[in-house]
Design a protein around this ligand. Sequence first.
Ligand code: GLU
Length: 285
Amino acid sequence: MNSPVYRFAPSPNGHLHLGHAYSAILNDEAAKQNGGRFLLRIEDIDTIRCTPQLQEDMLEDLKWLGLHWETPVRKQSVHFDEYAKALEKLQSMDLVYKAYLTRAQIKRFVAEKDASDTPWPRDPDGAPLYPGDNSVLSEQEQEAQQNSGAPYALRLNMAKAIELAGASLTWNEAHHGTIRAEPAAWGDVVLARKDTPTSYHLSVVVDDALQGITHVLRGKDLYHATSVHRLLQTLLDLPEPHYEHHDLILDETGRKLAKSAKDTSLRELRASGTTPAQVREKLGL
Ligand code: GLU
C-alpha cells in the first residue's frame, strides 16, 4: 500500500490561533504515526484578504510550533488555471449557471419568505439557500442585470448534479464508518465568481486529488462541506480520501475561536512567553 498523505490547509487571511495549531499538529502526528507524508497547502484564493505578510507570519508560527513540511508548498493563488479546467469540465456537463442576484436582493427575498408560514431553508452553515434568479426577478429585470455587466457567481445546479452523480453518495469517516453525503442541503453552491475562477469547494477537491491526499483530517466545522466535496469528486472523477473531522478548540464561553480574537493567536501567546510545549499542553496533546 502507498504511504498515507496528510495535509494542513490554512488560509492566510488572519493570524493562526490555537485551533489551527491543534489541526496542524494532529496532521503532523498522524503522518508520523502511520509512516506517511505531511504537506502544507496555502489556501489563498481570496487574494484581497490573504496577504503576503499574513502568509509569512503563518509560516513563521508553524515553524515556531516545531512543524516541518515538504517543499515546494502548494499555493492556490498561482494555480487558478487548474481550477478553471475543473470548472470547464462541470460547465461542459451543463451543471453550471450564472447567478446574478445581489446579497441585498437575496436578503429581501428571504426576509419576505421568513415572514410567511414557511421560513426559507438555510444551508448547514446557516446561510439561506440560493433562491434562483427566476424566483426574485422578472425576465426583464434579469436581462437588464445581465446586460449591465453586473458581477455574477457561477453556481452548481445542485439538483442536476445529484441526478448525474447518483443519489447514494457516501464518505468514510474515521471511527464512524460510512456516512451518507447530503449535498442537497447546500443548494446551488458557488463554484467561481466573475473575477475569481474558483471557490473553496472547487479548489479543495482539485488539490486534494492532485496532491494525492489520502487522509483529510480537519475540524468539525467542515464536516458538512464533505457532502459537497464528495459530490464534486464524483462528478470530476477524482479519488475519495478518508475523512476525519476533529473536535474544535473552543474559548471559555464555548465559542469557536476566531482569527480576529487576539488572546488565542499563536503570535500573542508567543509574545507573552508561552512555549510551543505549553501550547501542546494547553491543547491536551
Ligand atoms: N482553508 C480552510 C480553512 O482554513 C481549510 C480547508 C480544509 O481543510 O479542507 O478553514
